[in-house]
Design a protein around this ligand. Sequence first.
Ligand code: SF4
Length: 460
Amino acid sequence: MLLRHTTKEVKERKALTINPAKTCQPIGAMYASLGLHGCLPHSHGSQGCCSYHRSTLTRHYKEPVMAGTSSFTEGASVFGGQSNLLQAFNNMFSIYDPDIIAVHTTCLSETIGDDVSQITQKAIADGKIPEGKHVINASTPSYVGSHVTGFANMCAAIARYFPEKQEFALDQVNILPGWVEPSDMREIKRMMSEMHVPFVMFPDTSGVMDAPQTGFHEFYPKGGTSIPDLKRSGSSSFTFALGKFSSESAGIELKKKCDVPFEVMDIPLGINSTDRFLMKVSEVTGCPVPESLADERGRVVDIITDMQQYLYGKRVALYGDPDILIPLTEFLVGLDMKPVYIVSGTPGKYFTDRMNEILGDSVPEAKVKNGPQADMFLMHQWIKEESVDLIMGNTYGKYIARDEDIPFVRMGFPILDRVGHSYFPMTGYAGAMRILEKMLNAIMDKIDREAPEEKFELVM
Ligand code: SF4
């Protein structure tokens, strides 16, 4: 009963957030940077911030996360961090030899007002950036937005810096995958290969955050989008920006810089959004959806048909990132489940608009909230008012699930106490099968656990 003090009565809060359904902006910026090959992320702030960003990513991915820090102390906090950052460029290029340094700011450097673009220009003018090396930067103050905002800001910085427009458009498309797991990026790439679609994906953390154990430490694992691919993305014929919150700004930057048309789409998670994504890819590229993908879809439908009785009408509480929650909610509504409570710490009116559209008449009782006070405390209060059959979200939900004895499916970021998310996708039809399996197992485990002996069945 770790959360036994959570009260049932909901009182309006204006300034207080309790157990936020989000984390800090630079974590997202660091994750996006790790999706570039040979990139060393750099946190312009105190060592404590950098340790937190690194350790959260390491705990979620079970991989070492290399990053630099400007190591602010009292002096930098008062006079600004320019000399620390210039020194950091020197040290990092001479000791760790990255191809790219991706600098993101922190609460402290933003409050001081450090201008990282100006400091970078000074570093270039002073000859501190070696020939052929690159420095990009994103502004990521953590007192606004969330880790998703930080991810989007770094993706936009990548799109502003690398793409180059060639004279002729290349026969390829860009895929901005949004904040998904390396396994999901791998799955989206696999679907594109099945369709024979030439593409550039960025960022791409597969092969970095799920790197194989070889017995040798690779400071820069072989995955990540290469610099030539990033440059070529400016000559692609189209950009698929998956997830409005995490990819739209990068799509806009690519359009501005290289005039590549783009469309913002939902992350392909569940049946409907995967259908829409594949059909749009087929329409834009002229590559048909192959039978192999149609068969995968058929297998998802088969599972749903076989197990519908365990899903129908189940009340679900969801929390996490908007780009995942939108297609997930659509998937659950399509399964005749009832996502009744949905919270996300990431602000943006688009979220509630889309949710209202999806939930519509199917789940009129649903409560949806996002932004600073849309926290897990509020979700727990709603659950205390009227309980649910399933909770889905990151690791932090385990306290509520245990206190209230509710089946729990881990999904989203961060997952600190289980493995699998980096290796097995939630996207595409294969991902839909995995979501179904996890939900059904959680629900049926509870049925088994609570069944009286005479009703404890071998075949369910
Ligand atoms: S001070 Fe700001 S940037 Fe640093 S860890 Fe905390 S929230 Fe993140």
